[in-house]
Design a binder for this molecule. Structure first.
Ligand code: SF4
Length: 338
């Protein structure tokens, strides 16, 4: 027998709204596949444990999920989002347009007839105003194929509704910031385990968002490893332009080592316990000496004190030993990024 079941592809954030959107659609007998796009700004850690995550979402939310890494095009998007940024470095409107465009490209592969999001009109100041929802639909070329089950009854019917692929009567009319209707609906579906809304995007974080914004202002060719390094350890911008990142613990030291790029200086203490560090965009030997002195500053104080220690600095296999003293905090602090 031919399987005529309709399939919908949902943009899944991991939050309650997108979970509910999946469940509302699935409750109509529609097959729901969810896609979670990840970048170093959101969800990247899931790539390390994909199978576990996919299984967990299936068990806790009953949703079949696909993870897609979209880092490279997303790094480009951040250079000049057409609709600008929100309160921090979050380009929410362009982000949604981008994700919907990517999801639209996947529809054929999934066999999906329409797309679904958990957006609720009026819930977020920037990206969920009525005019913003329309712009998102238009600029992602998703007019008519994008169903928003949580607020559908506040919007004009989509083609999917008009074609009878999904029953509008069973969709919702949520609006605004009040979360009570979502919590009530979650109870009906037996969903108890969900994160608080709005969390999880580093670009919307005032400190990390600013750090990333400054990096974008100063550098043109940004690679994923730059972003991962920006989110690791103690960060210093030297007056001469070099960027020093110092691990705060052993896992960060390992991470820093793994993020080394050609041309980077990688620094470690030779004999005393101390952190690992990277100097990127180095302008010369004086800067390398400064970076080494910062590493000594964060080496084990009880061993080093105000004395000197030897730092091994390696650039693409060329090794130097630098015997240096710790820099004073009063000198270092103005260079430390927030
Ligand atoms: S908060 Fe972050 S992930 Fe969410 S829409 Fe905005 S930029 Fe995209």
């Amino acid at each position: 027998m031919k399987n005529n079941q309709t399939t919908a592809l949902t943009l899944y954030s991991g939050g309650l709204d997108s979970t509910l959107a999946c469940r509302v659609v699935a409750a109509q007998g529609i097959k729901v596949v969810a896609v979670k796009f990840v970048t170093p700004f959101f969800g990247y850690e899931l790539l390390q444990k994909q199978d576990e995550y996919i299984q967990k979402i299936k068990e806790t939310a009953g949703i079949d999920i696909i993870l897609r890494d979209v880092t490279l095009p997303y790094l480009e998007l951040l250079k000049k989002p057409a609709h600008g940024f929100g309160k921090n470095f979050n380009p929410c409107i362009d982000c949604k347009i981008f994700m919907l465009s990517e999801a639209k490209k996947m529809m054929h592969e999934i066999g999906a007839s329409f797309l679904v999001t958990g957006e609720v009109i009026g819930q977020r100041p920037m990206s969920q105003r009525r005019d913003a929802l329309r712009v998102i639909e238009r600029d992602s070329d998703c007019e008519g194929i994008l169903v928003r089950p949580l607020c559908a009854k506040n919007l004009v019917p989509t083609q999917a509704e008009l074609d009878g692929l999904i029953d509008r009567e069973q969709l919702h009319a949520f609006s605004g910031r009040n979360r009570t209707p979502q919590i009530k609906l979650a109870k009906q579906f037996g969903i108890t385990d969900y994160p608080s809304p709005g969390g999880g995007c580093i670009l919307a974080d005032p400190i990390l968002g600013l750090r990333i914004e400054e990096h974008y202002q100063e550098h043109k060719n940004i690679i994923p490893e730059d972003i991962l390094l920006l989110l690791t350890g103690r960060q210093f911008k030297l007056p001469t332009g070099g960027w020093v990142v110092v691990g705060r613990d052993y896992p960060e030291d390992i991470k820093i080592e793994n993020l080394r790029q050609p041309g980077d200086w990688f620094l470690e203490t030779k004999e005393v316990p101390g952190p690992s560090a990277i100097l990127r965009y180095s302008t010369g030997p004086e800067e390398l000496e400064t970076a080494a002195s910062i590493v000594v500053r964060y080496s084990k104080k009880s061993v080093v004190g105000q004395g000197s220690a030897v730092i091994i600095a390696d650039q693409d296999g060329a090794r130097h030993e630098i015997d240096t003293r710790p820099l004073d905090d009063a000198v270092i602090q103005p260079w430390q990024k927030k």
